[in-house]
Design a protein around this ligand. Structure first.
Ligand code: GNR
Ligand code: NI
Length: 173
C-alpha cells in the first residue's frame, strides 16, 4: 500500500475525463488499496482516482463514524436521482480549507463493480449520496467549486495559489 499525493485545484489534471476500467485485476485492486489508505489518512469521506492523477473510473468512500465501512465503486453509473434536492456544505481534498453549499439530489441509485469485479446496485441517501455525486463529478473533470459563482471561484484560485507558494517555501527551507 502507498499513500498517493492529492492534486490541488486548479491543477488542469483535475479536468481530465476518467476512462472505464476494463478488468478488475491486481493492478486495479492495488489502486483501490492505495486510494483507501490515502482517503483514510487525509482524512476524507471519499476519493476519486482523478484526485490522485489516475484517470480511471474508480471511487472509494466511507461515511461511517468508525471508518470501517469502505465502499468501492468501479465504473459507477447513476441509474436514478431523486427529484428532491438539498444543499449540503461540501468540502474537497483537492480544495483544502474551503467549504461551500452545493445542491444535490437527496437520493441516488447507483450501479457499479466492487473490488472483486462483481456488479452491485445500491440506493444511497444522506452524506453518502452527496459524496457519490461529488466523486462522480471528479471522474468527468468537475470540481465542486464549478457550481459556485465566478467571483467565488476566482477568490478560491487566489487562495490556492498563495497556499501552493507557501508550501513550496516550506519545502526549500
Ligand atoms: O472528505 C470529503 N468530505 C465531503 C464533505 C461534503 C461533501 C463532499 C465531500 S467529499 C470530500 C473528499 C473529496 O474531496 N472527495 O472528492
Ligand atoms: Ni473532492
Amino acid at each position: 500500500m502507498a499513500l498517493l499525493p492529492i492534486i490541488h485545484y486548479p491543477d488542469p489534471r483535475l479536468y481530465k475525463i476518467a476512462k472505464p476500467v476494463s478488468v478488475v485485476d491486481g493492478r486495479v485492486k492495488s489502486i483501490v488499496a492505495d486510494m483507501a489508505q490515502t482517503m483514510y489518512e487525509a482524512p476524507g469521506v471519499g476519493l476519486a482516482a482523478t484526485q490522485v492523477d489516475i484517470h480511471e473510473r474508480i471511487i472509494v468512500a466511507d461515511c461511517s463514524d468508525e471508518r470501517n465501512q469502505l465502499l468501492v465503486f468501479i465504473n459507477p453509473e447513476i441509474l436514478w436521482s431523486s427529484p428532491e434536492k438539498k444543499a449540503w456544505r461540501e468540502g474537497c481534498l483537492s480544495v483544502p480549507d474551503y467549504f461551500d453549499e452545493v445542491e444535490r439530489a437527496t437520493q441516488v441509485r447507483v450501479k457499479a463493480l466492487n473490488v472483486d469485479g462483481k456488479e452491485f446496485e445500491m440506493e444511497l441517501d444522506g452524506l453518502l449520496a452527496v459524496v457519490l455525486q461529488h466523486e462522480m463529478d471528479h471522474l468527468v473533470g468537475k470540481v465542486f467549486v464549478e457550481y459556485l459563482s465566478a467571483f467565488k471561484r476566482a477568490r478560491i484560485s487566489m487562495k490556492m495559489k498563495k497556499r501552493a507558494k507557501q508550501s513550496n517555501k516550506e519545502l526549500v527551507r
